[in-house]
Write a protein that binds this ligand. Sequence first.
Ligand SMILES: [Zn+2]
Length: 114
Amino acid sequence: MGNALLPPAVTGPWGLVQRMRYSLHSLSSHPGSSSLMLKLLFWLVIALIVGLFFAIRQANRARAAQTEERETQALESVRCAQCGVFVPEAKAVRRDGQDFCSWEHAEQWHQEHR
Ligand SMILES: [Zn+2]
């Protein structure tokens, strides 16, 4: 207790930014040519954080889409008896104990296996 000189403990990315701003402010209060560099560095870091944030969000979204796709595939796909294509069971055409991708193939198969 009693660390009044420390920046407020804010968590998350914004807290990081606040803390960096704090430390940069204390550094740039000394006059010198390095303050411009520090400012540039500060914005560079901000850009990096924002870029990273969007990259992570993009990756998460891609992963979610992939999982969804995999789940759809795992969700009972059946094979067309005529052309061998895999179709989700909900879309499949069932006829005489066989599964087909379309009515056309069901009809074709039926004519060939009479
Ligand atoms: Zn088919």
